[in-house]
Design a protein around this ligand. Structure first.
Ligand code: GLV
Ligand code: GLV
Length: 334
């Protein structure tokens, strides 16, 4: 009997076809988001699931689904999963790191440039028919070249963003739980470690790429925004909840910072309506990893993790991106 799995959200059809070679697959190509009760019901007879940030895998769900052995997230972030509870329940958890680093770093730059140089704001104005003449002071923005870039969260994506700053002659400050090895700092355009307060006060452009956790909740709130330069910009590529959205809305409205570029929001996709009223914010719908090759690579990566988790062989003894290796001694495969 093939193991039973749920593909919790719609995906490239080829991925479903390849999963069907190994698994009995319940798919969701209509892409309806399941309620917690529906998800629990669907997973109660499954051996594995490919999930995304929209599926919360809680301790209660894990308890109600004793057959489940693997939760494979199709995302690098995995704050939708209670990993400690999964480990306790003997459930393997995986994510899709690395395959999206460069694509996400590209998008960080797209947001930074659009925010600093008012690209979307000026386009909306043009489309609305307001452009009657060139003016010396139309849409004056902030320079990116020669400026100081502050990166909070200096993992692989943060380092890829820093590397790109070399061509813009930027100074890079970074803040992270731990300091990088000197050779990694050198490769990241000679990034210099700084305390969070020092970074916020010195940077012209701040970019957030740290994982969400209880500890990183509201890393940027009113107090942090007050430390930033009045002309500074803020980009959030990481997760909603890293920024206190209400505090940011107030800071943007009062022009306490110049502008923000946001790909993620608290309570997304229901973002705070006040964002839509502000002209000095660039808003995108959580698409930082959304290039075609990268979204395919993420889906393939999640599928490869699920295959190794549920059908291990001598060549694929365990999932390549296992987040809770402590679990290995505790899993029993039927
Ligand atoms: C996207 O947000 C991801 O975590 O991959
Ligand atoms: C602007 O368009 C210029 O020609 O300087």
């Amino acid at each position: 009997m093939k193991p039973k799995i749920l593909m919790a959200r719609a995906v490239f059809p080829e991925v479903i076809a390849s999963l069907q070679q190994h698994f009995e697959v319940e798919s969701n190509q209509d892409d309806r988001i399941f309620s917690a009760a529906e998800l629990t019901q669907k997973l109660s007879d499954k051996d594995g699931v490919i999930a995304t940030a929209s599926e919360r895998i809680s301790a209660e769900l894990l308890q109600a689904c004793p057959r489940l052995k693997a939760v494979c997230n199709q995302a690098v972030g995995y704050n939708n999963i209670d990993v400690a509870a999964a480990t306790k329940a003997g459930v393997m958890v995986t994510n899709t790191p690395d395959v999206l680093n460069e694509t996400t770093a590209d998008f960080g730059w797209a947001l930074l440039m659009a925010t600093a140089r008012r690209v979307t704001e000026s386009e909306h104005w043009l489309r609305a028919g307001h452009w009657k003449q060139w003016r010396y002071d139309s849409f004056l923005g902030a320079d990116v070249h020669g400026a100081t870039l502050g990166i909070i969260g200096m993992g692989r994506i943060g380092q890829a963003i820093a590397r790109r700053s070399l061509g813009f002659d930027m100074q890079v400050l970074y803040h992270n739980r731990s300091r990088l090895a000197p050779e990694l700092e050198a490769r990241a355009n000679n990034a210099r470690y700084a305390g969070k307060e020092e970074l916020l006060a010195a940077a012209d452009h701040v970019i957030l790429v740290l994982p969400y956790s209880k500890e990183s909740h509201h890393t940027i709130g009113a107090a942090e925004l007050a430390l930033m330069k009045p002309g500074a910009t803020l980009v959030n590529l990481a997760r909603g909840g890293i920024v206190d959205d209400l505090a940011l809305i107030a800071a943007l409205r009062d022009k306490r910072i110049a502008a923000a570029g946001l790909d993620v929001f608290e309570n997304e996709p229901a973002l705070h309506p006040d964002f839509l009223e502000l002209s000095n914010v660039v808003l995108t719908p959580h698409i930082a990893s959304a290039s075609e090759p990268t979204r395919r690579a993420m889906a393939d990566c999640a599928a490869a993790n699920l295959l190794a988790a549920l059908l291990p062989t001598a060549e694929r003894k365990w999932p390549p991106n296992l987040l809770n290796p402590e679990v290995l001694g505790r899993v029993t495969l039927s």
